[in-house]
Design a protein around this ligand. Sequence first.
Ligand code: SF4
Length: 251
Amino acid sequence: MEIPKDVEALVASGALFVANHSGGKDSQAQLIKMLEVIPAAQIVVVHASLGAMEWPGAMELARNQAAASDLQFIIAKAGKTLLEMVARRFEGRPEVPSWPSATTRQCTSDLKRGPIQREVRRYAKDNGFKVIVNCLGLRAQESSGRAKRQPFRMNERDSNSVLTWYEWLPVHDLSADDVFSIIKSAGQQPHYAYALGNDRLSCVFCIMASKRDLTNGAANHPTLLAEYAAMESRTGYTMHMSRIPLVELVA
Ligand code: SF4
């Protein structure tokens, strides 16, 4: 795997590489590629647990992949679930939409990014790392927003006098087919939700999910569907960015 010169220098200087791992195919392929160029002692795998909201087996896939290469594995957990976050927001400000949106992705920041940063800072402190390279399995082909992301950059917003943060997107230029073939060539299996037809994996019911992913989620997780539908009724707002009620989307 070819890596940017800056990343090469960070590997040589002993930086800590954080493999963000959702349990999805892109995270899985990312970790396979990272292991080709980074010593295991410089990698930590971190999974932001979304509890009952995420596809079962996602955390286990990340944990097992880390264990297979003797990598450190951390679970980052927020103090609330997505549905609790929505309920609290509704109670505090019923006049504004209670659910996160594609532009205000409070779910990503509060349930994933924040808890992951907290755990990584702790891990870095305990293990004497001063430089962090946060690796995200984002691909340009997923969206125009992701296409615009720089594959490597210094993250000035999160850097401070104690820790310097960089961001690297090791699979940014790959297609979905590339990713599946990397997983296959490594002798691994992707999460079973892909065999059910899912395009993406994280929350079973994501605010930005395709109709197909939502339908798969509903067919396999009817109890969770009922919980989401009940929260839509309670708040009077819809979960999905299309503003169509979830039960109609999956009908
Ligand atoms: S998967 Fe979707 S709903 Fe879940 S945290 Fe991420 S953006 Fe939010």
